[in-house]
Design a protein around this ligand. Structure first.
Ligand code: PNS
Length: 159
């Protein structure tokens, strides 16, 4: 039984994230969406709000759960018996950073964990949570980028 974690800030969840979650849920027995609780990052949405949005957005997948974590990802993985990290790659510009993290996580975990990269669907290649936040902050409709209920939450946050 392979448990995978899809970690990230998800501030907020986008259709790009949901595409990766959908695809990984059919590749692994169990997928845990790990929401980073990092107060130093000053997120737009609290970790509780981000978890809540992800639970709502992933409710159709019965092997997907959502949890928040603090500290090192590999420590959380060891404690929860998770051996695979899933990350989405949108473009070559993501690659340097992702490769570095994947290799250092492998080294620090003493080669017990692996990272699997899924290439983002072309439909969402340009999409990021920060782009969504930026448009929403100017009152732009972002319902092409995020589920309707997330777009509403953004609208309320910036009102
Ligand atoms: O969505 P993001 O912000 O690109 O996700 C980055 C994330 C959460 C995967 C990464 O920052 C992370 O794993 N942080 C936890 C702390 C950690 O393990 N650091 C060592 C590798 S950077």
């Amino acid at each position: 039984m392979t448990k995978a974690i899809y970690p990230g800030s998800f501030d907020p969840v986008t259709y790009g994230h949901l595409d990766i979650i959908k695809r990984s849920s059919s590749m692994f027995d169990e997928v845990i969406v790990g929401v980073l609780n990092n107060s130093a990052k000053h997120p737009l949405f609290s970790v509780e709000e981000r978890v809540e949005m992800l639970i709502e957005a992933t409710k159709e997948y019965n092997n997907v759960s959502v949890i928040c974590f603090e500290g090192l990802l590999i420590d959380f993985m060891k404690q929860n018996d998770i051996s695979v990290i899933v990350r989405g790659l949108r473009a070559i510009t993501d690659f340097d950073y992702e490769l570095q993290i994947a290799q250092s996580n492998r080294k620090v975990s003493k080669e017990t964990i692996d990272t699997v990269f899924l290439t983002t669907s072309i439909d969402y290649a340009y999409l990021s949570s920060s782009i969504v936040r930026e448009y929403a902050s100017y009152g732009t409709d972002v319902s092409d980028f995020v589920p309707e209920f997330v777009a509403k939450k953004l609208e309320n946050r910036f009102r």
